[in-house]
Design a protein. Structure first.
Length: 343
């Protein structure tokens, strides 16, 4: 076996008949421990005589200048997986890395993400849902380029590729009205003032069909469902609770919720119009064929990457604001009211 050319702390420790940890702490100038002055001098003298060189310490985040961080809610929702995939695809063209942080919309996880980003210092941040701690995000966006995809809080100061959720709801409401539906159940994940999209979609539907009732779980109840199918389970259970109320049609606040609604109605042999929002891949499966609203999720992901990378190369101060026009995708899950039936 060939002789090693590189001198290590182990070699020095062996030459002096002391522990390797002693040598390491002395040569690293560890301030938390102390040794006899003669021991310190001897170790350093021997290290110099033997040609010891301190190993280069790589910076923990040395490659983050080519990293974009995506903040999302929950990757088990196909919408987020779809957007993140489009972001990765676009970023790969410029050899930019993507790091994804899922917060589950929990306050403590969002705060942790903020703290991590201050240390990480990526070249850009993409938010995929309205954050709660707007002031903190505004402060961070002054240091790191930031863009939000979707519904932007009014006081969030960063670039945005927005979605007009009211218009999405309005589109779906008009479609159901044309099919003769007059009594709508809007099934949603938890609603509060920070959930802009969920509220706006409901208001959009209600602006067309006034007899639209909203049903949603509490955050506590919602968090009890398995994380991998939380929105699906929420849609299923809320629908089951109101089956006796005889609604003409059901709308999920997103496609995952709508898939849960469909499953519940099928299990109870009820044929009623169902629709959702987002146009995730599963909605076009032959056995599902869910009517939904497409709002260019993948295109927005790619655009966000381009905007962030352009920001890193320029000194521009203006805030970019874009809005994609939603498109109604009509499939077999919605039909004329006369075709609806229940047992």
């Amino acid at each position: 076996m060939g002789k090693r050319n590189k001198i290590t702390t182990r070699d020095i420790a062996k030459a002096l008949n002391v522990s390797q940890s002693t040598v390491s702490m002395i040569l690293s100038d560890n301030k938390n421990v102390s040794f006899k002055e003669e021991t310190v001098k001897l170790v350093k003298k021997t290290a110099k005589q033997m040609g010891y060189k301190k190993p280069e310490v790589k910076k923990r985040y040395s490659n983050t200048k080519n990293t974009i961080v995506v903040i999302c809610s929950n990757l088990s929702n196909s919408y987020y997986s779809m957007v993140v995939s489009s972001i990765i695809e676009q970023a790969s063209k410029t050899k930019t890395q993507i790091l994804t942080i899922s917060t589950l919309r929990k306050d403590e996880l969002e705060k942790h993400a903020l703290s991590s980003l201050k240390l990480l210092k990526p070249c850009g941040i993409i938010l995929l849902y309205p954050p709660k701690f707007v002031d903190e995000w505004n402060a961070l966006s002054k240091q790191i380029p930031c863009i939000i995809i979707g519904d932007k809080p009014k006081n969030l100061d960063c670039d945005s590729i927005e979605l007009n959720s009211f218009k999405c709801g309005n589109l779906l409401g008009n479609h159901l009205k044309q099919l003769g539906h007059k009594k709508i159940a809007y099934i949603s994940s938890p609603l509060d003032t920070t959930e802009i999209g969920r509220n706006e979609r409901y208001e959009g539907v209600k602006s067309v069909i006034s007899n639209t009732q909203v049903f949603f779980s509490s955050s506590k109840q919602f968090d009890m469902y398995p994380i991998e199918k939380r929105e699906y389970e929420n849609g299923y259970r809320l629908t089951k609770q109101i089956l006796g109320d005889k609604y003409d049609a059901y709308i999920g606040n997103n496609d995952m919720t709508a898939l849960g609604i469909l499953a519940c109605l099928k299990d109870h042999n009820i044929k009623i119009s169902v629709a959702g929002f987002d146009n995730i891949p599963e909605t076009d499966f032959p056995q599902i064929q869910l009517t939904t609203v497409d709002h260019g999720a993948c295109e927005k992901g790619k655009e966000a990457v381009d905007i962030l990378l352009e920001q890193t190369k320029s000194e521009r101060k203006r805030i970019v604001h874009m809005e994609y026009e939603p498109q109604l995708i009509i499939r077999l899950s919605t039909f004329n009211r006369k075709k609806s039936s229940s047992q």
